[in-house]
Each structure stands twice: as C-alpha cells, then as structure tokens.
Design a protein around this ligand. Structure first.
Ligand code: ADP
Length: 233
C-alpha cells in the first residue's frame, strides 16, 4: 500500500451533487503534488476527504496507514496530528501574536513551554518570519500572514502538508514567494505536500506532479507536469 492510497472513491453530497467519482490514485511519501482543475471540479472535496472533513460515500481513503473512510470521530485527532493544513483565508487568531498563533496548537497537546519554544522559533525561521514574532496578524501583509499559517501547519513536523488554494488571496509576486516556502518544506523536511491551486503559472513553473480533476473525475495525472485544466470553464 502507498503512503496515501485512494481506491474507487466517490463523494456524493446530500444535495445529490457528485463531487468525486470513482477516483483511484496514490501518493508516495515525500512527493509534491498539485491538484488542479476548474472551479467546482472537486479539488476541495478531494483534500477534505484526506483530512476527514468529509467522509467518502463509497471507496477507500488511506493516509499514513490510517483507514480514513472508516475513522471514528473520536479518532480523527490521530489523523490530524499527522497533517498540517493551510487555507486560502488565513484563519489566524487576531488577538494572538505571531508566536502565539504558531504555539497555540502545541499548547493544547500538553507540551511544556520549554519544548514548544524551539519548535515555534524553528518553524518561523523556516518561513522567514522570525523577526515578527511579537506582531499581531493585522500588522502583517497577506503574504506574511500566510507564512504564519504555514509555520503553524508545520510546527509539529507533520507527515503531510495540505494546502487548499494557499495563494488564492495573494498577488503573483507574493504567490511565487509562498510557493517557494512550501516547496522548500517538501525538500528540506521531506514532508509530503498536496497543493490545490488553479494558478497556471505556479503549476507550470514548479514542474511537479499534477493531478487534474474534471467534474470529480481524474482527468490527468502527469509527472513534472503542466497545467492542463480547460481554461474555458
Ligand atoms: P473546487 O474545490 O474544485 O472548487 P469543490 O470540491 O468545492 O470544488 O466542489 C465540488 C462540487 O461539490 C461543486 O459542485 C460544489 O458545489 C459541490 N459541493 C461542495 N461542497 C458541498 C457541500 N457541502 N454540500 C453540497 N455540495 C457541495
């Protein structure tokens, strides 16, 4: 079995929409994968199945040896501990500093401050934000806020980093910088990275594996790929 293994997976929402249809694919440990496709083609649903925000209607989803499709709610935390997740809208806590936003999750695991501090500083260093640890989110640019989110997602050294449209709210130059940070995490930490995007330029410049969805169906899966989604949609 591969590190991430999806077999004959379907997701039909309660309103009858089939967001994912008969999807079979696997992702190796340490891979960097883009997930692309037109708006509404099932990209977010795909990653939600991986972090168990949604359950498949049919089929199998395995992540790092965990049978995600069969995972009880009470065990979801075991899966989430293996994952870091970055969203388009930063979801930072406005009343906490940069440092506190990154340390927050670790404090909830019962770790001691003495153990937490070096991890937080290391994560902030990795995203190039060590000088801003005392700033509040509203004192940061969009790109800086996204860096904080990335630091928060990698602070516990997750096996998988899932990024759902991480550059969706950023200008092209900042988007490139953020993708560089994410690519470096994959390279230096060996983290498996799955990035949802419809940014053609980013996909084409990084030359990584590209999984393209079309109406919930796997339309293309290419190594060192190019953006192939139909732009007329
Ligand atoms: P993408 O991320 O590619 O834009 P989504 O995975 O968000 O696509 O959506 C795929 C399809 O599923 C769309 O038709 C969308 O309207 C539908 N959908 C997404 N989430 C839900 C939901 N919670 N309930 C019903 N339909 C949904």
């Amino acid at each position: 079995m591969k590190f991430i293994d999806i077999k004959n997976c379907y997701k039909v929402y309660k309103n009858g929409v089939t967001a994912i249809a008969d999807l079979t694919l696997s992702i190796d440990k340490g891979e960097f994968v883009f997930v692309t496709g037109a708006s509404g083609c099932g990209k977010s649903t795909f990653v939600k199945l991986l972090y168990r925000e949604e359950k498949p209607t049919k089929g199998q989803v395995w992540v790092g040896g965990i049978n995600v499709a069969k995972l009880y709610n009470s065990r979801v935390y075991k899966l989430r501990r293996k994952l870091g997740i970055v969203f388009q809208d930063f979801k930072l806590l406005p009343k906490l500093t940069v440092y506190e936003n990154v340390s927050f999750g670790l404090e909830n695991t019962g770790m001691k401050q003495k153990e937490i501090k070096p991890l937080v500083l290391k994560a902030l260093e990795r995203v190039g934000l060590k000088e801003k640890i005392r700033s509040f989110p509203n004192q940061l640019s969009g790109g800086e806020q996204q860096r904080v989110c990335i630091a928060r997602a990698i602070v516990n050294d997750p096996k998988v980093l899932i990024c759902d449209e991480p550059t969706g709210n950023l200008d092209p130059k900042t988007s490139k910088e953020i993708m560089k940070v994410i690519a470096n995490i994959n390279k230096e930490m060996g983290t498996t990275v799955i990035t949802v995007t419809h940014d053609k330029e980013i996909v084409n410049s990084l030359k990584k594996r590209v999984i393209t969805l079309d109406n919930g169906v796997l339309a293309n899966d290419t190594m060192k790929g190019k953006y192939t989604a139909d732009e007329s949609n």
